[in-house]
Design a binder for this molecule. Structure first.
Ligand SMILES: [Zn+2]
Length: 79
């Protein structure tokens, strides 16, 4: 018979699992926030670049179909 104040092996394992899940969810939230901030920073960079004028070049995709695409060499935005 277990004493009330000492957790069972099951409870210890379950707590460990819950603790790890909590850490994972916290970090996933942080990653979502970081991705948002990166998107905003990219938009800001592209906006500032557009004020000075993008330096647009046309390049051919080195892949099999060799499609043309236009990008700015400074901010890397695609058109
Ligand atoms: Zn640009």
């Amino acid at each position: 018979m277990q004493k009330n104040n000492s957790p069972t092996r099951f409870e210890i394992s379950e707590n460990k699992l819950n603790e790890l899940r909590h850490i994972l969810y916290t970090k996933m939230d942080e990653i979502t926030l970081l991705k948002d901030q990166i998107r905003q920073a990219e938009n800001q960079l592209q906006y500032v670049c557009s004020l000075d004028g993008h330096n647009i070049v046309t390049e051919r995709d080195p892949g099999m179909y060799g499609e043309l695409f236009r990008t700015c060499t400074k901010c890397k935005v695609s058109f």
